[in-house]
Ligand binder design. Structure first.
Ligand code: NAD
Length: 321
C-alpha cells in the first residue's frame, strides 16, 4: 500500500518508518526546513528506541509544494495549529479516492480534514504511544516494539474493505490497532485523558509518575474528568469508558505504563513551542458552551497553560542591583 505522511515529526516518523519497514511504500511531506534539509543531507532519519541503537533509516521527504505523489492513504501527524497550512499547501495532491488516517491529539482536525476529504474516507483515532523528536531528522521511539496501542474509527462508523486493509498494515507494523464503531467516543477518551495528565504535568514540569504520586492526584483527576463527562453527555457523545474507568486509565498509565514519561505537551512547552491546550481543555470548554455548560476548571487550566507559554516567551528584564 502507498502511504504519505503529512507532518514528519515525532509521530509522523514513527508511523511512516514502521509502515515502511512493514513493506509499504512511504513518502513524507514536511514544512520545517531544518528537518527536510537535515534528512536530505544525512540520507534519512536517525531512529533510536528508548535512547538506544540509533541508526539511519533512508526516507523520502518533500516540501508540500514540490510533492507530486498520489498515495492510497495520507497519514496526518501535524500539531493541531499547523494542520490548516499543511492541508492548503498539499491540496494539489489530494484526490477523491484517497483515504486519510490521523491519530493527532485534541479536537479541531476533523473539520479541517473534511474540507478536503469525503466523510467516507476519513479514519481517525488515538495513539497510545510516546515518541520524542530530538531535533531535525532525529527521532526516539519510546517503549518496546509492539508495546503501544491505538484506537481508530471511521468517521461514518462503518468500516469498509479499505479500512480493514489499513488495519492489517497497522497490525503488521505492530501498532496494535483496535477498530471501533464509535467515532466521537474513541477520540474523546484521549482528549479527556490528555486534559488531565498532559495539562497538569506540563504546568508543573513533572512526569506522569510524579503527578500520580501526589496524594491529591485522584481528586484533581476526578474534578477534570467529571467536568469533561458533563460536557460530553450534554453533547450526546457516547463515551467508551465510565468516569471511574477513565480515572483508572489515568492512574494505570501514570503509575504502571509510563511513570517516567513527560507528556508531549510538556515537550512543546520546554522547547518554547505553542501547546495544543486550546484543542484539548479549550475544546471541552467551547463544546460545553454550546450547551450552556461552563467547564470552569478546564477554562482555568487553559488560561494557566497560556500564562506559562506567555511567561516563557516574554523577554526577561535584567535585574539591577
Ligand atoms: P512534532 O512537533 O514532533 O511534529 C509535528 C510537526 O512540527 C512536524 O511537521 C515537524 O517537522 C514540526 N516541528 C517539530 N519541531 C519543530 C520545531 N522546533 N520548529 C518547527 N517545526 C517543528 O509533533 P508530534 O509529537 O509528532 O505530534 C503530532 C500529533 O500527534 C499531535 O497532535 C500530538 O499531540 C499527537 N501525539 C503525539 C505523541 C507523542 O508522543 N509525540 C503521542 C500521541 C499523539
Amino acid at each position: 500500500m502507498k502511504f504519505t505522511v503529512l507532518g514528519a515529526g515525532a509521530m509522523g516518523y514513527r508511523y511512516g518508518v514502521l509502515l515502511q519497514e512493514a513493506g509499504n511504500q512511504v513518502d513524507f511531506v514536511d514544512t520545517w526546513e531544518k528537518n527536510v534539509e537535515k534528512v536530505r543531507e544525512q540520507g534519512g532519519v536517525l531512529v533510536a528506541r528508548d535512547h538506544q541503537d540509533q541508526h539511519l533509516v533512508p526516507v523520502n521527504v518533500y516540501y508540500p509544494e514540490e510533492y507530486q505523489g498520489h498515495p492510497d492513504v495520507w497519514v496526518v501527524f501535524t500539531k493541531q495549529m499547523q494542520l490548516a497550512d499543511f492541508l492548503k499547501r498539499t491540496a494539489h495532491c489530494f484526490d477523491e479516492k484517497q483515504y486519510v488516517l490521523t491519530c493527532m491529539n485534541g479536537m479541531g482536525h476533523v473539520e479541517k480534514l473534511l474540507e478536503y476529504f469525503k466523510p467516507a474516507k476519513l479514519i481517525a483515532g488515538t495513539a497510545l504511544v510516546a515518541t520524542v523528536l530530538n531535533g531535525p531528522g532525529d527521532v526516539d521511539f519510546i517503549g518496546a516494539r509492539g508495546a503501544g496501542t491505538m484506537n481508530l474509527a471511521n468517521y461514518t462508523e462503518k468500516p469498509d474493505e479499505m479500512t480493514h486493509k489499513v488495519v492489517t498494515e497497522l497490525e503488521k507494523a505492530q501498532f496494535n490497532p483496535n477498530l471501533t464503531t464509535n467515532f466521537m467516543g474513541t477520540l474523546l477518551a484521549k482528549v479527556v485523558f490528555n486534559s488531565v495528565v498532559n495539562t497538569l504535568c506540563t504546568l508543573f514540569e513533572i512526569t506522569m509518575g510524579e503527578f500520580a504520586s501526589y496524594p491529591g492526584a485522584d481528586e484533581l483527576s476526578k474534578q477534570l474528568i467529571n467536568e469533561a463527562y458533563d460536557v460530553c453527555e450534554r453533547a450526546g457523545i457516547q463515551m467508551l469508558n465510565t468516569r471511574q474507568a477513565e480515572l483508572e486509565s489515568v492512574n494505570y498509565v501514570s503509575t504502571v505504563a509510563n511513570p517516567l514519561h513527560y507528556p508531549s505537551m510538556y515537550q512543546d512547552m520546554s522547547h518554547n513551542r505553542p501547546t495544543e491546550v486550546d484543542y484539548i481543555n479549550g475544546y471541552l470548554v467551547e463544546l460545553g458552551r454550546k450547551y450552556r455548560y461552563e467547564a470552569t476548571t478546564h477554562a482555568f487550566l487553559t488560561h494557566l497553560v497560556h500564562l506559562a507559554e506567555h511567561t516563557r516567551q516574554a523577554p526577561k528584564e535584567a535585574v539591577s542591583e
